[in-house]
Write a protein that binds this ligand. Structure first.
Ligand code: HEC
Length: 202
């Protein structure tokens, strides 16, 4: 086989691959919008990405530069509102309900009922709870290990309010920023993390 034949054979084999790669990538948002309809509180405007989500989609599968990571965290940290009365901790018992409730915002959910935080879907919390997801780090003994220094409380509040304030492109829902949980629910779930009497810290 002479070398020009080999090159031609190679190009012939690559032809179909090159043409597949040259196909325009379909607009995913348009495809999704065409495939779904608004259903009660689950409306299609949820598919409209904000600036953070657009940046994170562009960065998919790449390691973001530290400049971009900082841009995302700065932008999201600016959205975080501390509790109006300055108190980060509510009632851990109410927080346990928030952490273990996985309903809210789906078309089949009753919009009159409070949304859940579904924290157990991604985190280990109370060591007595056997069913939990592992997408997020374990939060077992969260307060016991960290104490209640104001800086520690402010950091955890920011993570619950808007996870992208410290973890750029995090998978964790931005509970306060997107209005998923109320201020009181976030205080309660904070108490569930930090209160010495909470099952999380036993
Ligand atoms: C869809 C998955 C998911 C859900 C649901 C979720 N988290 Fe997270 N969480 C994460 C991930 C992932 C991280 C780690 C940050 C990162 O790398 O994105 C994290 C980090 C955290 C941290 C910071 C931990 C640290 O390093 O100190 C706290 C606090 C936290 N989550 C609390 C909660 C609470 C409270 C809830 C429920 C109201 C919750 N999370 C729901 C995925 C989730």
């Amino acid at each position: 086989m002479n070398s020009s034949f080999r090159v031609t054979a190679l190009l012939l084999c690559m032809g179909p691959l090159v043409s597949v790669l040259a196909e325009p990538v379909p607009d995913l948002t348009a495809t999704l919008k065409a495939a779904f309809t608004d259903k009660r509180q689950a409306t299609l405007d949820r598919l409209d990405q904000d600036e953070t989500q657009k940046l994170c989609t562009q960065l998919r599968d790449q390691v973001p530069t530290s400049e971009l990571s900082q841009k995302i965290t700065r932008m999201n940290l600016a959205t975080v509102k501390p509790p109006a009365d300055g108190k980060y901790l509510g009632d851990w018992k109410a927080g346990e309900v928030v952490a273990s409730t996985g309903t809210g915002l789906q078309s089949s959910d009753d919009p009159a009922k409070p949304n859940g935080g579904n924290c157990y879907a991604c985190h280990e919390l109370a060591p007595t709870e056997m069913a939990y997801g592992t997408l997020g780090p374990s939060l077992k003994h969260y307060g016991k290990l960290r104490g209640q220094d104001p800086a520690v409380l402010a950091y955890a509040w920011s993570m619950v309010y808007n996870s992208n304030s410290y973890a750029p492109c995090s998978n964790m829902p931005r509970f306060g920023h997107r209005g998923i949980l109320t201020e009181q629910q976030m205080k309660d779930v904070m108490a569930y993390l930090f209160d010495a009497a909470s099952p999380v810290n036993q």
